[in-house]
Design a protein around this ligand. Structure first.
Ligand SMILES: C[S@@+](CC[C@H](N)C(=O)[O-])C[C@H]1O[C@@H](n2cnc3c(N)ncnc32)[C@H](O)[C@@H]1O
Length: 283
């Protein structure tokens, strides 16, 4: 596997394995939590009839499917073959396997590039530039990424960390090491950094905002399934002795149930940072 900018070969291989691993259960486990976030992103994109749209890092195709309709031509791109299989299973149209660092599509094509949590494992000096390249002059990139961690997500991470094994078996040790390695996107620490990265990639008329998106989930189990869809958490649980794992899951349920509403529903309030940025018109 070739390196991509400052994402080295090992990181790239483990990221791909990570997303392949998440793909197994993505539509069932992640989509219920991410669908309202994708809806918010697509609304923010203010798509027009007949536009040519690409969903970068489409995953199971949530944003691409929401973007379809009104005569729009929508393409969904992802690096993970298994994610693309999940997207196909969800009937996402026009799937392309490609790397955000070198998309391999023509220059000046799309009116809109959507990117939902797609750039955070990339080197933005390459990936944002590629997004700009494939947009037509006057086209726009509309992205969102995670903002500060929300209390429910922190609770899940802390609960699992509290039961995690000290002596990790080799596979978990490798995964932990890979997860601990800094990625180039980590340098984008705030809105000013994102603004600078977008400007350097060639974008203009940039708007950035941080907001909380309320996501109402039917029950605690839906939130736990989403959080455990990610390979690192599954590996942490798998490495625990059976009795410890049972306690951990019990604690997780109890802690979250204490924050549930009267009808058992859970209000998750993730913080996202989102941006709209235009490729300057020629002239
Ligand atoms: C967190 S998931 C988000 C998926 C989807 N956009 C959503 O909101 O549900 C990130 C996606 O980006 C893809 N991805 C990560 N790095 C990529 C790269 N270099 N090129 C293309 N896709 C990439 C992953 O395979 C994964 O499907």
């Amino acid at each position: 596997m070739r390196p991509a900018g400052n994402v080295n070969e090992n990181q790239r291989a483990s990221l791909l394995a990570y997303f392949d691993g998440a793909a197994l259960n993505y539509p069932q486990a992640v989509e219920p939590a991410f669908a309202p976030l994708a809806e918010a992103l697509v609304r923010y994109a203010a798509l027009q009839p007949g536009e040519q749209v690409i969903d970068l890092g489409t995953g199971s195709g949530l944003a691409a499917r929401l973007a379809a309709g009104e005569g729009r031509f929508v393409v969904a791109l992802d690096l993970s073959h298994k994610m693309l299989l999940a997207a196909r299973q969800q009937k996402t149209p026009r799937l392309i396997r490609g790397d955000l660092h070198r998309v391999g599509l023509r220059t000046d094509v799309f009116d809109v590039a959507l990117a939902a949590f797609a750039f955070n494992s990339t080197d933005p000096t390459l990936s944002l530039r590629e997004a700009c390249r494939i947009l037509r002059p006057g086209g726009r990139l509309v992205l969102h990424e995670w903002g500060v961690i929300d209390p429910l997500s922190e609770l899940v991470s802390d609960t699992i960390a509290g039961y995690a094994v000290e002596e990790a078996p080799p596979e978990l040790a490798t995964l932990r090491e890979a997860m601990d390695q800094p990625l180039p996107w980590d340098d984008i620490e705030d809105e000013d950094d994102l603004l600078e990265a977008l400007q350097e990639a060639g974008f203009a008329r940039i708007e950035i905002e941080s907001l909380t998106i309320p996501v109402r989930l039917p029950d605690v189990g839906t939130f736990i399934r989403y959080k455990l869809a990610w390979p690192s958490r599954r590996a942490e649980l798998a490495a625990m002795p059976d009795e410890v794992r049972r306690l951990c899951l019990h604690d997780l349920e109890e802690n979250l149930a204490a924050r549930a509403e009267n009808d058992g529903g859970l209000l998750w309030q993730p913080v996202v940072v989102r941006a709209r940025a235009c490729k300057p018109a020629r002239g």
